[in-house]
Design a protein around this ligand. Structure first.
Ligand code: SAM
Ligand code: SF4
Length: 333
């Protein structure tokens, strides 16, 4: 699949729930969230069918996300079926890490079960190593659980584990160096992400926004000039660097300040309530659940995908005083 601007679509982000056991300020509004009713969520069978159709159209990589994907019941049974889909070569999962260490069988952690089910790469969100700041950002006191979750992920032997840190002025800039050390000690890839306007508007303003440029400068003041790794790609939007003399890799995702950010976009998103979104930073979304539940054929659904790709914008609208419609938690990051 290719759009009008030459973006080749090979990556589908699949959100399987809008629910979460945390309440990160930048992702969901603090007022009580109304979850979608169960019948408004794609069943796993429906989701697998849509992944199969996307794979027929050239998608080779899927990432399971949410909300918190590990809060959905039977997630392992669902994931186990994805590697059976012809054409899918890579399966990733994004998680807040709180449930990775949970025992789900005799002597089996959630992390080990995910690995066994075919997940190759796991992204764990971690914005700070300070327990109080962690609670303050996420609204929950799960810091120790997350650390245990990261250990469980390391023990499970994934091909790749990345830590994702959202940059927030005044909240975690003093944590960037400790996080680099933490990731380095565990041989994990750490990525710094610019905050995007996808929650309530008041969490993102010129006082709390921190650019990847500022983060890079801060890190370089400690370690020296970072070495660009132009050859290293993970299929995602990050730019990677090595810390001199260490061989440690860190990445920067500058959706707000990098003017070339959208040029290599290869992504479509499927929300848990069956909307196809061609871009995270655009209001455009197309209801594929409706034709799916009305009995559309595979050919008709394929055409639906192609029409959505045809509407993919050249770039996101985040820089144009964007007012979020759907919260990040209900899109799938
Ligand atoms: N619950 C999982 C987690 O926290 O990783 C998966 C879903 S979460 C929406 C996916 C990613 O989106 C996380 O790394 C999170 O930090 C990021 N995210 C959420 N809101 C964001 C925002 N406003 N700006 C930038 N990244 C955001
Ligand atoms: Fe939940 Fe992840 Fe959003 Fe935090 S970023 S509220 S953990 S979905």
């Amino acid at each position: 699949m290719q759009d009008r601007y030459g973006h080749r679509i090979s990556y589908l982000r699949v959100s399987i729930t809008d629910r979460c056991n945390e309440r990160c300020t930048y992702c969901m509004p603090q007022e009580l969230q109304e979850w979608l009713p169960r019948e408004g969520i794609l069943t796993f069978e429906e989701t697998l069918r849509l992944i199969r159709i996307a794979a027929d159209l050239g998608v080779s990589k899927v990432r399971i996300t949410g909300g918190e994907p590990l809060t959905r019941r039977d997630v392992i049974t669902f994931i186990r079926k994805i590697p059976e889909i012809p054409g899918i070569k890579s399966i990733g999962l994004s998680t807040n890490g709180t449930l990775l260490a949970r025992e789900i069988g005799s002597d089996t952690s959630m992390a080990a079960a995910l690995r066994h089910a075919g997940v190759q790469s796991v992204n764990v969100s971690l914005d700070t190593l300070d327990r109080d700041v962690y609670s303050n950002i996420t609204g929950r006191d799960f810091f120790d659980q997350v650390l245990r979750g990261i250990d469980a992920a390391i023990g499970a032997g994934f091909d790749q584990i990345k830590l994702n840190t959202v940059l927030m002025c005044g909240r975690n800039e003093d944590q960037l160096i400790p996080l680099v050390e933490f990731a380095g000690e565990r041989n994990l890839i750490l990525r710094f992400i610019e905050m995007m306007p996808v929650s309530t508007t008041d969490v993102l303003d010129e006082h709390n926004f921190m650019s990847v440029f500022e983060a890079k400068k801060l890190i370089e003041s400690c370690y020296g000039n970072l070495i660009p790794e132009t050859e290293f790609r993970t299929n995602g939007p990050a730019t990677y660097y090595q810390i001199p003399g260490r061989g440690q890799r860190i990445g920067f995702i500058g959706a707000m300040t990098n003017l070339h950010f959208c040029e290599s976009c290869n992504k479509l998103r499927l929300t848990c309530d069956g909307k196809l979104r061609p871009c995270l930073g655009s209001y455009l979304e197309f209801d594929i659940m409706k034709p799916l539940r009305a009995g559309a054929s595979d050919e008709e659904l394929k055409q639906f995908f192609l029409n959505v790709v045809e509407r993919k914008p050249e770039q996101h609208d985040f820089r144009d005083n964007y007012q979020p419609n759907r919260k990040m938690i209900a899109i799938g990051g």
